[in-house]
Design a protein around this ligand. Structure first.
Ligand code: ADP
Ligand code: MG
Length: 393
């Protein structure tokens, strides 16, 4: 079984066909203003190719969490003009995504024209993967293309249910590119170095468990470091600690050890008494009482950078410290620079990690910046993404 790609679909011809594209247009809004259009831009290649080939394209997406009700502030309407501007052609907006109004909007399209349908999550059936809702979406079109990598780990009606109800399907360019790049983490050229960090062990436990026995070197950083240090009986002062995850951290340490892998923890730390800009900071090996670890120290950063330089494949999720505050950004900066310098295959995922890499100006030196946080973590664990499985033919 394989997932048909857009190339194959286009080669078979789509002129005059009604194509539903599930995109991820879940952009941040400030009122009606789009504050970051990265996701709209990421959806353009698939749309452009389909439109150029004469398809009649209906785009569906979710926006925010309206929880099954029409929430006017979460309407996709403001996205239509921006999409039109970026595509360089008109984009009509339909205030429904199923039913007679949506059907009329789709049927009114000419070849190479596009309509944006309203937020699919205005309907309860979307996140419940309700078969009736999936059928209502499928009834609109002849072809289904899933390009929403960011929601591919969810079995929803517009990401999974619909795919079984439409004969001709394909993965879009963004989805395909994500899968192709993230696959290298599962099937790496070794050594594979993984850098995991960020806010919480609990957010990333599944990926820690999956990658500790898989990665040649797994380097921990960020706030989750202190739960791992506590698991080793080391003092953590007033650092953020998840006491209920200490046993999970012990299990991850044991899994790395029994598979003969290397798991690295920070050995020096940038500490402060308060988490705010301008506070006095110190670099320590042992965290004193009353102090919080807020970044990896320079010795740890050099050690991690040296491992990155040795690796042939590198995967990074989760900042090394509170990079939003300059005093605690150096560890993340050092790792980002090392990732930018190596000629190994480098993949970075996670909202804050991408922000860090871009803020530090090395984004264009990374092989692949994954647009999907949760989806990319599930995929590198080796899990089957429901949105991908549903496309298999
Ligand atoms: P991502 O979005 O890349 O998956 P996370 O959301 O898991 O990353 O974690 C990022 C957050 O973790 C950032 O806001 C950062 O400030 C915070 N963080 C990192 N290190 C620490 C630390 N030592 N103490 C408290 N917060 C931290
Ligand atoms: Mg985050």
């Amino acid at each position: 079984m394989a997932v048909p790609d857009l190339q194959t679909l286009l080669a078979q011809g789509v002129r005059g066909q009604r194509v539903l594209v599930r995109a991820d247009l879940n952009v941040p809004l400030d009122g009606d203003r789009i504050t970051d259009d990265t996701r709209i831009r990421a959806s353009l290649p698939t749309l452009r190719e389909l439109l150029a080939a004469g398809a009649r394209v209906a785009v569906v997406s979710h926006l925010g969490r309206p929880k099954g009700k029409a929430v006017p502030e979460l309407s996709l309407r403001p996205v239509a003009p921006r999409l039109a501007e970026l595509l360089g052609q008109g984009v009509s907006f339909c205030p429904a995504c199923i039913g007679p109004e949506a059907a009329a909007a789709v049927d009114a399209l000419g070849d190479g024209e596009v309509v944006l349908l309203e937020n699919v999550r205005f309907h309860e059936g979307e996140t419940k993967n309700d078969p009736d809702f999936a059928r209502a979406l499928a009834a609109l079109v002849d072809v289904y293309v899933n390009d929403a990598f960011g929601t591919a780990h969810r079995a929803h009606a517009s990401t999974a249910g619909i795919a079984g109800l439409v004969t001709r399907v394909a993965a879009g360019r963004l989805l395909q590119s994500e899968l192709d790049h993230l696959r290298v983490v599962r099937e790496p050229e070794r050594p594979l170095m993984v850098v995991l960090g960020g806010a919480k062990v609990s957010d990333k436990l599944a990926v820690l468990e999956a990658l500790a026995p898989h990665a040649d070197v797994l380097a921990i950083g960020g706030a989750m470091s202190y739960t791992f240090m506590a698991a080793q009986g080391l003092p953590v002062g007033a650092s953020r600690l998840e006491a209920d995850r200490i046993d999970d951290a012990k299990a991850v340490l044991a899994a790395a050890e029994s598979s003969g892998r290397t798991l690295l923890l920070p050995t020096d730390h940038v500490v402060a008494e308060k988490l705010e800009a301008g506070v006095p900071t110190r670099v320590v090996r042992e965290i004193p009482d009353g102090f919080m670890g807020l970044d990896i120290g320079p010795e740890t950063a050099e050690r991690y950078a040296a491992e990155i330089a040795r690796a042939r494949t590198f995967f990074w999720n989760g900042p090394r410290g509170v990079f939003e505050i300059p005093e605690f950004a150096e560890g993340t900066r050092r790792v980002a620079i090392a990732a930018g310098e190596t000629d190994a295959t480098t993949v970075v995922g996670g909202g804050d990690s991408l922000a860090a890499v871009n803020q530090l100006g090395v984004g264009d030196k990374i092989t692949h910046l994954s647009t999907g946080g949760g989806a990319s973590l599930e995929y590198v664990q080796g899990l089957v993404l429901p949105g991908v499985a549903a496309l298999e033919r």
